[in-house]
Ligand binder design. Structure first.
Ligand code: ADP
Length: 383
C-alpha cells in the first residue's frame, strides 16, 4: 500500500503531423489505500495518465512518486504496480491457475507453495476457485474479468491500475462487478487508480473522482462534491444523467438584496440569502443550471415559482420518468417519480428549489455559486 503522487505531469506526443499535449501539468495526491476514478470524454488523457503511472509510456515533464520515491526512470516491472486492462490479456494455453501464477513465477522468487497459497486466496476472493484448472477460452466474459483481476491481486502490489476493465461486459454484469470490485478494494485496501468514461461507474465506485478534459484537470473531489459543487460547467454537464439543464440568463439585482434571473421563456426570483453567495463583481451574464432530478412538474408551489413549458416526450425508464419539455424552443429535462406522467403536448408547470440552482460565468464557464451548501460533502461513501 502506498501514497501515489503526480507532480506537474505532462505528456506531449510529437507525431510527424502534429504535436499533441495529451496530459498537461497534472497534479494528483492520492492517499494510501484510496480508490480514485479518472473520468472524462474520449481523448481527454485518461489512458495516457494511467500508462505513465504504469511505466508503459514515458513522461515528458514532471514527476511521479510512489511511497515518496520517484519512479520516472523505473521499468514497469520494478514499480510494484499491477494493471488490469479492458482486454483481459489472458494466456489462452494456460489454465486459470497458470495465468494467475505466471507473473509471480517470472518476477518474484516466491516458492511454489507461497504462489499456490496466493493464487488460491485470490481465487476465493474473486469467487473463481472452481475454475482454476480451466482454460480462458471456456470462460464467460465476466469470469475472464475475474481471472484478470485475480491475477493482479496475487501480486500484492503497492498500486492497482484499472483501464476500463468492465467495458466488455453487459450492463447487468457491469453493475454487479462494480460492487464486487469495490468490495475487493475495501478488503485489500490497495491504492487504486481506475479509468472509465462512464460517469455512473465513477460516482458509484470512487472515494474521489478526477475529471479530465483535453488533458487538463477540471476537478478532483468526492462523488458528492463533484455532483453538488461542480467547479465549472463542463463538470456540471459531465456528471449526472440525464445531464444538467443550462440556460443563458442575466442577473438583475433589486435594491432590497433580492434578484431575478431573466432567461428565454422564464424568470426566476432569488432570495437575499442566495445572492449573498454571489459576489458584487460577478458578471451579470450567467448560465443557470438545474439538474433534471431537481425539477418538479405540476407541484403545489406559489404562482411566481412556476414556469410554464410544453411536454415533448415522456420516457418511462422504470424507476423514474424522464420528461423532455419545450421551453422557448429549447429542451428542458425533468426526472420525476413515475406517478408524474403528463400527456405529450400538455402544458405543465415546472418548479425547482433555489437550493438546487447553480450559476456559472457565461464566459469562462466557472462556477459562480451553488445553491446547495449545507452538508459536508467531503466524505466518500467508503470512508
Ligand atoms: P482517453 O484515454 O481519455 O480516451 P488518451 O489518453 O488515449 O485519451 O489520449 C489523449 C490524447 O493523446 C488524444 O488526443 C490521443 O489522440 C493522443 N494520443 C494518445 N496516444 C497517442 C500516441 N501514441 N501518439 C499520438 N497521440 C496519442
Amino acid at each position: 500500500m502506498a501514497r501515489l503522487e503526480l507532480d506537474n505531469v505532462t505528456k506531449v506526443y510529437d507525431t510527424q503531423a502534429e504535436t499533441i499535449v495529451a496530459v498537461e501539468e497534472l497534479d494528483l495526491d492520492i492517499k494510501d489505500g484510496e480508490f480514485i476514478v479518472v473520468v472524462g470524454p474520449s481523448g481527454c488523457g485518461k489512458s495516457t495518465t494511467l500508462r505513465m503511472i504504469s511505466g508503459l509510456e514515458t513522461i515528458t515533464d514532471g514527476e511521479i512518486r510512489i511511497a515518496g520515491e520517484r519512479i520516472n526512470e523505473k521499468a514497469p516491472k520494478d514499480r510494484d504496480i499491477a494493471m488490469v486492462f479492458q482486454s483481459y490479456a489472458l494466456y489462452p494455453h494456460k489454465t486459470v491457475r497458470g495465468n494467475m501464477a505466471y507473473g509471480l513465477q517470472l518476477s518474484t522468487d516466491l516458492d511454489d507453495e507461497e504462489i499456490d497459497r496466493r493464487v488460491e486466496n485470490a481465487a476465493e476472493m474473486m469467487g473463481i476457485e472452481d475454475l482454476l484448472e480451466k482454460k480462458p477460452g471456456s470462460l464467460s466474459g465476466g469470469q475472464q474479468q475475474r481471472v484478470a483481476t485475480g491475477r493482479a491481486i496475487v501480486r500484492e502490489p503497492s498500486v492497482f491500475l484499472f483501464d476500463e476493465p468492465l467495458s466488455n461486459l453487459d450492463a447487468k454484469l457491469r453493475k454487479h462487478m462494480r460492487t464486487e470490485l469495490a468490495r475487493i478494494h475495501s478488503e485489500v485496501g490497495i491504492t487504486t487508480v481506475y479509468v472509465t468514461h462512464d460517469q455512473e461507474e465513477a460516482m458509484t465506485m470512487a472515494d474521489r473522482i478526477v475529471i479530465l478534459e483535453s488533458g487538463t484537470l477540471q476537478q478532483i473531489g468526492t462523488p458528492k462534491e463533484v455532483y453538488h459543487e461542480p467547479t465549472n460547467q463542463f463538470v456540471a454537464d459531465f456528471i449526472g444523467s440525464p445531464s444538467m439543464n443550462f440556460r443563458d440568463v442575466t442577473l438583475e439585482r433589486n435594491d432590497d438584496g433580492t434578484g431575478t434571473l431573466v432567461g428565454d421563456g422564464f424568470e426566476y426570483e432569488l432570495t437575499e440569502r442566495f445572492l449573498e453567495g454571489v459576489s458584487e463583481d460577478a458578471p451579470s451574464d450567467l448560465v443557470f443550471g438545474v439538474r433534471p432530478e431537481s425539477v418538479a412538474i405540476n407541484a403545489d408551489v406559489p404562482e411566481e415559482k412556476q414556469i410554464k413549458a410544453e411536454v415533448d416526450v415522456v420516457e418511462v425508464v422504470g424507476s423514474d420518468n424522464f420528461i423532455y419539455l419545450d421551453l422557448a424552443d429549447q429542451e428542458f429535462r425533468a426526472r420525476t417519480p413515475t406517478e408524474i406522467e403528463p400527456e405529450e403536448g400538455e402544458i405543465v408547470t415546472m418548479s425547482f428549489d433555489e437550493d438546487d440552482v447553480h450559476l456559472f460565468d457565461a464566459r469562462s464557464g466557472d462556477a459562480v455559486v451553488h445553491g446547495y451548501a449545507d452538508e459536508d460533502l467531503t466524505t466518500a461513501p467508503s470512508q
